[in-house]
Design a protein around this ligand. Sequence first.
Ligand code: C2E
Ligand code: CA
Ligand code: CA
Length: 501
Amino acid sequence: MALDAQHNFFLRVKTERFVEDEFYVPRERRHAAGWFHRRAVLSGQDIAITVRDISEARQQANELARMAKTDTLTGLPNRHWLNDTLPVMLQQAHEAGQRLALLAIDLDDFKNINDALGHRNGDLVLASVAKAMRDVVPEKHRLARLGGDEFVVVLDDLVDGDGSTEAQALMSAIAHSATGTVWEKFPLKASMGISVHPCDGKDAQVLMQAAGIALYEAKSQGKSQYRHYDEKYAQKIRDRTQLERELQLAIQHDEFVMFYQPRVNARTGRFSSMEALIRWQHPERGLISPDEFIAVAEQTRLVIPLGELVIRKVCSQMAVWISQGVNMKRVSVNVSALQLHDDSLRQMLGNSLQEHGLHASLIAIELTESSMLDEGGTAIRELQKLRELGIQLQIDDFGTGYSSLSQLQSLNIDVIKIDQSFIRKLGKDYQSEVLCETIVSIGRTLDITIVAEGVETAVQLRNLQAMGCDEVQGYLLSRPVPAEDIPALMLQPFFEEADQV
Ligand code: C2E
Ligand code: CA
Ligand code: CA
């Protein structure tokens, strides 16, 4: 300790009679550095001093403080760190007249990876993504994990860039982070939102919000990309909130109608069943397509009451058709995974069928592959119970998600609908053709009916017939139509019976 510091200390003890402080002793030859606590009391002419080595306690306290700001899984700084540090960095950037960019990063469909590989592997994926990102983010650019699959990078020395270069480098690092691991076959991608100080905001909260809005835009534009904040994205979110409010009212006032699209036997050309597709009969905007509101209904869970409305409408429509003497065919209804979280869908279906005196075999539910991902969970149990009631299970948009053959079999899946994107490429793209053929042969092996959706051309139809696909659905045969058009379509042939192939 420097001499004058000691001198000052004793002078203080003389005047204050009692002094307590902590001091640091740097490492010297064989002696390690350490922190000490010192207490001095003046008693008459004597000064009694006690000195305690507090190095360990001090280290523990530091470690605790560091841990509180560190994410245990990845070792990266966490949200607390960001909350504490970002305002300081912004103040420094402001004083230096520098720009600062915030990159909000979110892995795409990480939930699927977690569901398919389990949470422990999910954690390993996160740790390896974090490591890959750390390799491209230089020390001075700070990388933090906010929780889950959300990360943030602070670029605090932007000279002339806008964060795009860094965003691209991070995306490619993330994409390559799985190489050589068990989860290599799951494509790892991320979406990013970028906001820049000072143009998008001056304080930390506004800037974080702007990056979040840009990220949301990147996600809704199909993911795996980055977006810079723009005021029009914020407007879009406000519009969405408005849509949500309107949708809520529309459900209360029942402004929905069902259209029905025939499914046709690919061999005979005859009506085999139909799919119920919802339309919003908006008082001012006219008929609105589900593409404009189903996603919002899912995000806000409004799809649950909406789904109940759909079931009620379909069942009462079937009763009307039957009363008109129609030889009733099965109707399939699109169901969201959210509707399988408890038994309310099953109760609803049971009640509606009973109320209208309908047999359960007249109803089928269409679900996407992702609804079956929570193996062993409530959704699967509900699906099994629905199946036991005699309700058919059909997999929609097949080929776009992950489902296993064993799952198809154990769940007793009745129908697979090949996704439109593959049908669209038939006759143009060899791979899609092989894929469709494979699905058809899986169907044959597992005794599952294969349906091709989105059939628009005669070439596609001929291709599918040649493969032995069971049923076709698409504009070539019929668009979705109002209920009153269905009885006539049930009777007419859609094409001449194909020669046996
Ligand atoms: P989806 O279940 O895959 O339904 C097929 C969509 O493709 C329908 O669009 C249908 O009109 C359209 N489509 C049929 N044939 C062709 C074709 O040849 N070419 C093209 N380009 N499109 C064709 P829609 O009716 O607009 O429905 C869109 C999506 O909204 C549906 O996709 C489904 O995911 C969802 N949806 C519709 N009704 C309901 C519902 O009642 N409940 C829920 N949860 N979702 C629904
Ligand atoms: Ca469907
Ligand atoms: Ca579909």
